[in-house]
Design a protein around this ligand. Structure first.
Ligand code: ADP
Ligand code: TMP
Ligand code: ASP
Length: 236
C-alpha cells in the first residue's frame, strides 16, 4: 500500500491518502494535546503505544461484531483504515462522574452513575467541543435519525464490551469518546480508542492511567498507557 499526499494533520495523528481512494494511512504521532489544543507536548513513544493499543482494541471489537474502519497495522506508528466520511460529533459514554460532567454539575469526581450516560459533543476545537443533544445533530444535518440511533447503540455496546475487558485487567472504564463515519452506506467506528480518549482508573487505588495524567501534570503518561496495555495483554 503506497502512502501518498498528506490530507490532514490533526493534533495527534496525521492522515495520508493511499494509492487506493477508499483507504487511508493514519500515522500516530508523539504529540499530545489537551484542552482542545491549548496544551501541547511531545511524549516519546506515545504514537507507537497508541497505534498498537488501538489496533488491538479495534480487532477485539471487530471480533465481537462491531464494524470498524481498522484494516491492519502497517508499522510501529501507522495503520491502514477505510476512508470514512466523518460525522462531526463525538460520542461519549460515562460510567462514573468525571471531567466536564463533574464540572457542569458541580459534583466531585468518582461518583458511580446508576446507568451509563451517553452524550454528544460537536467536534470543533474553536468552540471547545460544545455539549449538544441529538436534536442538534439532526437539526444541523450532521447525521440522520437512524445514524443517531446507530451511534448511540454501538457506543453503548462498546461500553459493555470494554468495561468488562478492563474490569478483568483491574481497571475501571470511567468514560470514553468515539467517532463514527460513513463507508459505502454504513456507519463504521472510526478514529481511535486509546488512553488519549478515555479515562481509566486502577480499580483498587483509583490511580489515573489515562490522558488526565498529562492534563493534570501527574507525569508518567506513556508509562501509564503501557501499563494498561500490559494488563490487557496487548503486545507493544
Ligand atoms: P483532531 O482532528 O481532533 O486534532 P487527530 O489528531 O486524532 O484529531 O486527527 C485524526 C483525524 O482523522 C480526526 O479529525 C478524525 O476525525 C479523522 N479520522 C479518523 N478516522 C478516520 C477515517 N477512517 N477516515 C477519515 N477521517 C478519519
Ligand atoms: P469530558 O469529561 O472532557 O467531556 O470527556 C469525556 C471523555 O471523552 C474523556 O475520556 C475524554 C474524552 N474526550 C476526548 O477524548 N476528546 C474530546 O474532544 C471530548 C469532548 C472528550
Ligand atoms: N481531545 C482534546 C485535545 O486533544 C481534548 C482533551 O483531550 O482535553 O485537546
Amino acid at each position: 500500500m503506497d502512502k501518498r499526499a498528506e490530507l490532514y494533520r490533526g493534533k495527534a495523528k496525521t492522515v495520508f491518502a493511499t494509492d487506493d481512494p477508499t483507504r487511508l494511512v493514519i500515522e500516530y504521532r508523539d504529540d499530545t494535546s489537551a484542552f482542545d489544543g491549548a496544551k501541547v507536548a511531545q511524549l516519546a513513544g506515545k504514537g507507537e503505544t497508541n497505534n498498537r493499543f488501538n489496533a488491538a482494541v479495534m480487532q477485539r471489537l471487530a471480533a465481537e461484531g462491531v464494524e470498524t474502519h481498522f484494516e491492519k497495522l502497517l508499522g510501529p506508528t501507522t495503520s491502514l483504515v477505510k476512508k470514512l466520511d466523518m460525522v462531526p460529533v463525538e460520542c461519549v459514554v460515562r460510567n462514573r462522574l468525571a471531567g466536564s460532567l463533574a464540572k457542569r454539575l458541580g459534583r466531585d469526581e468518582g461518583e458511580e452513575l446508576k446507568q451509563p450516560v451517553f452524550e454528544f459533543f460537536y467536534k470543533s476545537d474553536a468552540l471547545h467541543d460544545p455539549f449538544i443533544n441529538d436534536d442538534h445533530v439532526r437539526a444541523f444535518g450532521w447525521a440522520t435519525n437512524l445514524e443517531v440511533e446507530v451511534m448511540r447503540t454501538i457506543t453503548l455496546r462498546v461500553n459493555t464490551l470494554l468495561k468488562e475487558a478492563f474490569a478483568h485487567a483491574g481497571i475501571l472504564l470511567v468514560d470514553f469518546k468515539l467517532e463514527f463515519g460513513r463507508f459505502e452506506g454504513r456507519l463504521l467506528l472510526g478514529d481511535e480508542f486509546s488512553p488519549d480518549g478515555c479515562r481509566l482508573w486502577d480499580a483498587k487505588t483509583l490511580e489515573k492511567l489515562d490522558k488526565d495524567r498529562f492534563r493534570r501534570d501527574l507525569g508518567g503518561v506513556v508509562e501509564a498507557y503501557q501499563e494498561v496495555a500490559r494488563r490487557l495483554g496487548v503486545a507493544l
